[in-house]
Design a protein around this ligand. Structure first.
Ligand code: HEC
Ligand code: HEC
Ligand code: HEC
Ligand code: HEC
Ligand code: HEC
Length: 486
């Protein structure tokens, strides 16, 4: 009798326990708010009285690095009007908390110190408004990539330690690639050798943007790189983005490892539109030398895009008649997918036209319409965002998966076939094929730029009355004349 009673008690306890566990069942994406106090940003700050240093102070002793970094996309990350527009929309749509996620990457020091309170650029200290500045990267003392909810780098999974407290007050510590030499830091800072700075993991924390709550990889540049040919050959982000264009080309073509003296701090990528806007602002402010430097960065980004890809054209005949055009698009030199990161915003597409001998169009696809949109049948290489209701979506707080994801992996290619009308009444056709690129769809860019916070006056800062058609870069143009009969 006693033992049955015991059994029943144990059974009841087991049921209760299983219910309790049921209620706290671990979710797919578990996170610890104590470990990540700035959630949804996964950044951590080893707080001490050692403050963050504005880049202008670093300039005094490191003028070369400052000059290269100044006007870079990292420098512009916080002032970027397209960013500020999207941030403003995000806060209005889902509340203030989300701005921590964004600012944890676009202005980490301004976020952790609590100085940045949301969208807007006025009244901030030089540290907060300088975006991804010297003292962000050189204070990164570690990463938490494998402890994150997604168990990979995401949403700023790094630890900032600008310095430590000692008996005589704070000591600044800057981390870099070298074994500290005597008097490293010139009395201003101590130095620490950091192998992290010689790995892609340094960049990974910010170059993987995941949905703030669902942890869906909206931008996955690090992951694309890691599973590609360059990672397999020890070629890092730094090897292509911290060198000049000629060195980058050599790195991409032959997996050449740059010499230490070849590294620099321009962090040039594909965002020519941002340099274009920043140059317009510098011109408007009468800062001619800054505008000229930004124009150089613009040209470098355009050049990089042009070097990234190539096109092959081949005719296909059926029963002796020209039936189809086969176009192969190759990712020649991007270390990750082409395009990468905001793949549901960036647009890379094929424009093709074929004319008969009289100059009449017999085939056309991908020509921008008068309203700036691309026609329905355009072959785009990017992704379509989808919300949790399975509808098309653009904004990063709505997109929880991709309904289409068609980017080209490193050293990979995509083939596109274009059918021609049957029995063309011409001996030859003249073909023009272009691989084109722009930062965003015209309407998307207009909606982001019109959403900027009040203290960004597009006319006063950039001289923009209306939003002009976005500049398009022709990455590759190929021509061919093809006989219609064999
Ligand atoms: C994990 C770091 C990270 C987080 C979090 C993050 N971003 Fe970004 N963001 C980036 C990086 C890196 C790029 C550059 C990618 C590129 O150039 O394609 C970028 C680019 C952008 C751009 C495009 C800018 C341009 O000039 O084309 C916008 C807009 C943007 N982010 C808005 C946001 C908003 C709004 C949030 C918060 C909801 C956010 N970001 C959160 C890292 C982050
Ligand atoms: C996005 C991260 C990042 C930012 C921002 C950044 N650095 Fe660096 N820095 C690096 C990396 C990575 C290296 C190592 C490069 C290499 O392999 O030599 C480096 C190297 C250095 C070095 C060692 C010498 C050299 O040039 O290789 C100094 C000094 C330096 N940085 C200073 C600065 C200053 C000053 C700024 C701001 C004007 C700055 N850094 C901004 C990542 C960054
Ligand atoms: C008073 C001058 C001075 C200032 C200000 C200064 N540095 Fe340095 N720093 C040095 C000297 C000297 C070295 C030794 C190597 C060299 O000459 O570049 C050095 C070395 C470095 C290194 C290489 C460390 C290594 O071990 O690889 C980094 C990174 C660095 N500084 C970053 C910064 C950053 C970031 C700032 C601003 C927050 C800054 N420095 C401000 C003088 C200075
Ligand atoms: C603290 C976060 C952070 C770190 C660390 C970081 N980045 Fe970035 N990076 C950004 C943000 C944010 C942007 C985009 C800003 C924008 O578009 O408004 C960006 C933009 C870029 C771009 C320009 C992209 C374009 O569209 O032109 C390149 C290239 C780049 N980063 C390379 C690197 C490399 C290489 C490293 C590592 C050495 C690195 N980043 C580390 C945050 C970071
Ligand atoms: C082999 C050279 C190479 C390597 C390695 C490489 N990249 Fe790139 N990257 C490029 C080229 C070329 C482009 C321009 C084409 C494009 O947008 O993909 C680019 C573009 C970018 C952009 C701009 C995307 C945009 O939408 O404007 C970012 C951000 C970026 N790279 C970050 C990284 C990071 C982070 C790594 C390391 C994980 C890395 N890259 C490794 C060559 C490289």
């Amino acid at each position: 009798m006693r033992s049955t009673c015991h059994l029943l008690t144990i059974l009841a306890l087991l049921i209760l326990a299983s219910q309790a566990f049921g209620a706290q069942a671990p979710t797919v994406f578990d996170f610890d708010r104590e470990f990540y106090p700035y959630y949804p940003s996964l950044i951590k700050w080893n707080k001490s009285t050692a403050a963050f240093t504005p880049p202008e102070t670093c300039r005094d002793c490191h003028p070369k690095q400052y000059k290269e970094w100044s006007g870079s996309v990292h420098n512009l990350a916080f002032h970027d009007p397209i960013y500020q527009g999207e941030l403003n929309k995000a806060v209005k749509a889902v509340g203030h908390e989300i701005s921590r996620q964004c600012e944890g990457c676009h202005s980490p020091a301004g976020m952790v110190t609590g100085e940045i309170k949301g969208p807007g650029i006025s009244g901030l200290s030089p540290v907060a408004s300088s975006g991804v500045s010297c003292d962000i990267c050189h204070s990164i003392s570690g990463v938490t990539h494998w402890q994150t909810p997604a168990h990979e780098p995401e949403n700023g999974s790094m630890i900032l330690t600008p310095g430590v407290d000692g008996k005589e007050g704070p000591t600044l510590i800057k981390r870099g690639p070298f074994k500290p030499a005597d008097n490293c830091g010139g009395g201003f800072h101590d130095c620490a050798e950091s192998t992290l700075h010689l790995r892609a993991d340094l960049c990974a924390s910010c170059h993987q943007v995941f949905h703030y709550d669902r942890h869906f990889p909206l931008e996955a540049t690090y992951r694309e790189w890691k599973s590609g040919a360059y990672a397999q050959n020890q070629i890092l982000c730094q090897d292509c983005h911290m060198v000049d264009i000629q060195t980058f080309k050599k790195v991409a073509d032959s997996f050449y490892k740059p010499l230490r003296s070849e590294y620099q701090h321009s962090f040039n990528g594909a965002n020519y539109l941002l340099y274009y806007l920043a140059a317009a602002a510098a011109n408007k402010a009468g800062n001619i030398s800054e505008a000229a430097a930004l124009k150089k960065k613009y040209e470098m980004a355009v050049e990089r895009l042009k070097l990234a890809a190539d096109l092959d054209i081949a005719p296909l005949y059926r029963e002796g008649k020209l039936a189809e055009i086969k176009v192969t698009v190759k990712n020649l030199r991007a270390g990750h997918d082409l395009p990468t990161s905001l793949t549901n915003i960036r647009q890379m597409w094929l424009e093709i036209s074929a004319r008969d001998e009289k100059g009449n169009i017999v085939l056309q696809s991908g020509s921008i319409k008068a309203d700036g949109a691309l026609p329905e049948n355009t072959r785009l290489f990017n992704s379509d965002g989808m919300g949790s209701n399975f509808h098309f979506a653009v904004d990063p707080w709505v997109v929880t998966s991709f309904s289409r994801h068609d980017t080209i992996p490193p050293k990979g290619s995509r083939i596109v076939y274009y059918g021609l009308p049957y029995n063309l009444a011409t001996k030859n056709i003249a073909l023009e094929v272009k691989l084109r690129y722009r930062q965003a769809d015209q309407k998307v860019a207009e909606s982001l730029l019109s959403a900027v916070p009040k203290d960004i006056n597009l006319k006063e800062i950039y001289g923009l009355d209306t939003i002009p058609p976005l500049p398009v870069v022709d990455m590759v143009i190929k021509h061919a004349t093809l006989p219609t009969e064999l």
